[in-house]
Design a protein around this ligand. Structure first.
Ligand code: IMP
Ligand code: MG
Length: 174
């Protein structure tokens, strides 16, 4: 199937929204050291831009999960890289590119809670509503969309489009 991409969110809009999120996050965690945990690989661009806007003491770590879906289809989840820092007794903010069915974030959130974090909150670039299966509380969200498959700024379609600096929606070519 052939797709063309249409610009959805330009880079200046992403940058502006990240500044707003950073202000709200600073407000919540002032006086604490925060552990940001990015979900590889999609969250890397969002995480590094967000981290540089935060005037807080921060530690970074990454987690990786494999989903045995392919292309645009979700699949079942397993852990392929765990966090390396101890999160016990620490406030943790999970940073993710997009929440779709909610399976990935529920899995990661439960895992970090089971390691004894003081709190585990969630910050996503995109909240995509249509295919939600697991109810998950999203504490910080940059953009909400109803549906569609997005690429760019970390989001990929079979590894393509990830490094684009803005966010696009894929449209099927007739
Ligand atoms: P969930 O477990 O269904 O919430 O899916 C989350 C994962 O699916 C994300 O981390 C992405 O890797 C992938 N995903 C879901 N929707 C999109 C999309 O529109 N573009 C790119 N990746 C997506
Ligand atoms: Mg991902």
């Amino acid at each position: 199937m052939d797709y063309k991409k249409e610009l959805l969110i330009p880079r200046e809009v992403i940058a502006e929204r990240i500044k707003e999120l950073a202000e709200a996050i600073e407000e919540e965690y002032r006086g604490k050291e925060l552990i940001l945990i990015g979900i590889l690989k999609g969250a890397v661009f969002f995480l590094t831009d967000l981290a540089r806007e935060l005037s807080l003491p921060i530690k970074l770590d990454f987690i990786r999960v494999a989903s045995y879906g392919s292309g645009m289809e979700p699949g079942s989840i397993s852990l392929t890289k765990d966090v390396e820092l101890s999160v016990e007794g620490k406030p943790v903010l999970i940073v993710e590119d997009i929440v779709d069915t909610g399976q990935t974030l529920s899995y990661v959130k439960e895992l970090l809670e089971s390691k004894g974090a003081e709190s585990v909150k969630v910050c996503v670039l995109i909240d995509k509503k249509e295919r939600r299966e697991k109810q998950i509380n999203i504490d910080y969200c940059a953009f909400r969309v109803e549906k569609g498959f997005l690429v760019g700024y970390g989001l990929d379609y079979n590894e393509e489009g990830r490094c684009l600096p803005e966010i696009y929606v894929l449209k099927e070519c007739k």
